[in-house]
Design a protein around this ligand. Structure first.
Ligand SMILES: Cc1cc2nc3c(=O)[nH]c(=O)nc-3n(C[C@H](O)[C@H](O)[C@H](O)COP(=O)(O)OP(=O)(O)OC[C@H]3O[C@@H](n4cnc5c(N)ncnc54)[C@H](O)[C@@H]3O)c2cc1C
Length: 431
């Protein structure tokens, strides 16, 4: 056992673990962050190669400077440098066509996406979403919420887009409370989506620098094999290299992996059952590289009736590719009921190529390089009613003292990476 005890040992270097380590180290706590892979960042990690910054997946940050991720960096005194995307038109892909994306109520009134009566119905519905208390609706789906008062089939088709804002594109699955909660925050924010210059690399580099600047330690690659528990309290960890004692142990990875390092018998059966059955979203992401721009679009595309998202990455941020190369990232969620297989990914890629050819004719012939990622976990916790905010496990473990959970499967505010960031902020306040 190493003889220097730490104030906190943190298992996992995703957004949650890195943020917590940085915030605690800044306060003078002695922290040790342990990451099993050789790369920091978890699902937001990246590699630099041949002049490219290849992200594991392209990441944007909801509400930019007014969003949850930004709060972490503001607290650290090193704000995120977001690219100024004002003036970039974003698009929706609906019924096989592209439409400028409505950004507010007046845009919805004018959009040719929906017939006029559906636009009015949609606006009434949107106003209702902004007035409702999300707490009353976490256990309902968005479709059920809509059908309490409305029955317009056009509006129903459009609900997928609202669900997709929290990464569950199916209105019959997504928790209405989660959508309401996000849209209410979004309505007040001038910028809906923030693109950090240099991608996630900027955030991960800043967090790593903050940890080291304040004397925190990072061990990677090193795998935690066991959380050490004595008399009902977590007292440290055993890794493949050593044992480390700590006052607090923070598990900063998706909860289904907890039982690889702790026996289930330490926890309530209901928690074990929940944590082992958390449903993630899955997807496929493809980076296409071109020697010339194949479009002048900069604002990205979101699917309404298919869970597609497209970013013309190097158009908005040339620093992620070598001079003269254009990187476009096309991604789609997979059926959450089926495992992420190569066959599924092949089918998704064929669909993406077909849409790409429709929208950008001739672009397929110009692809000079491709990188395809099959993503078994995009969001570790799909925001369906049973996994919505009130049902997620708390940050403070009730059964084992001095043990804490953070990351995108726990009870904290936001969706996707924002849950990881907000859980880190809350834990840093608690410890
Ligand atoms: C393609 C893609 C695109 C996405 N886009 C967005 C987006 O635009 N906006 C957004 O907000 N979110 C997005 N997300 C989701 C976001 O990436 C995640 O919500 C967030 O990164 C989760 O961070 P985390 O810290 O909770 O967990 P993770 O990133 O999963 O980190 C957990 C870490 O723990 C480590 N670990 C696990 N077990 C051990 C152990 N025993 N010992 C040591 N280390 C261990 C893992 O190696 C990993 O590095 C996207 C995800 C993907 C995959």
């Amino acid at each position: 056992m190493a003889d220097t005890p730490y104030d906190a040992v943190i298992i996992g270097s995703g957004f949650a673990g890195l943020s917590t380590a940085a915030l605690l180290a800044q306060r003078g706590s002695r922290v040790l962050l342990i990451e099993k892979s050789g790369r920091l960042g978890g699902r937001a990690g990246f590699i630099e190669q041949d002049g490219y910054v290849w992200q594991y997946g392209q990441h944007s940050h909801r509400l930019a400077g007014d969003g949850i991720a930004a709060r972490v960096f503001d607290k650290l005194g090193d704000p995120i440098d977001f690219i100024d995307t004002r003036g970039n038109t974003a698009y929706l892909y609906f019924d096989g066509k592209l439409f400028p994306r409505p950004e507010g109520p007046m845009d919805f009134l004018r959009t040719p996406l929906l017939p006029l009566t559906a636009r009015l119905d949609f606006l009434l519905f949107y106003r209702r979403l902004l007035r409702e208390d999300p707490n009353a609706w976490y256990d309902s789906t968005l479709l059920d919420f809509y059908r309490k008062r409305g029955r317009n089939p056009w509006v129903e088709r459009f609900l997928g887009f609202l669900g997709f804002t929290v990464m569950v594109a199916d209105p019959a699955r997504v928790s209405a409370g989660e959508v309401i909660q996000f849209l209410q925050r979004a309505a007040k924010a001038p910028v809906k989506q923030g693109e950090p210059r240099g991608g996630s690399k900027q955030l991960i580099d800043k967090l790593e620098a903050a940890i080291r600047r304040h004397g925190g330690e990072i061990h990677a690659p090193e795998r935690v094999e066991r959380v050490l528990v004595e008399q009902g309290a977590a007292v440290g960890v055993k890794t493949n290299h050593a044992c480390y004692r700590a006052t607090s142990v923070v598990y900063a990875a998706p909860l289904p992996g907890l039982f690889d390092v702790m026996p289930k018998s330490l926890f309530q059966a209901s928690f074990v059952d929940y944590a082992t059955h958390i449903r993630p979203s899955r997807g496929v992401s493809i980076d296409f590289v071109f020697d010339e721009p194949v479009t002048n679009m900069t604002g990205g595309i979101l699917g309404v009736d298919i869970p597609l998202w497209v970013k013309f990455q190097s158009h908005i941020d040339p620093t992620i590719a070598p001079p003269g190369k254009c990187v476009n990232t096309w991604a789609m969620l997979l059926d959450p009921d089926a495992p992420a297989t190569h066959e599924q990914a092949d089918a998704v890629e064929a669909r993406i190529r077909q849409i790409m050819e429709d929208i950008l004719p001739g672009s397929m012939r110009k692809i000079v390089r491709k990188r395809r990622l099959i993503l078994p976990v995009v969001n570790a916790n799909m925001l369906i009613p049973r996994q919505s905010y009130p049902h997620r496990p708390p940050i403070v473990c009730p059964e084992v003292n001095h043990l804490f959970f953070i990351g995108d499967t726990v009870q904290s505010e936001g969706c996707s990476g924002d849950i990881a960031f907000s859980s880190a902020l809350r834990l840093a306040e608690l410890l």
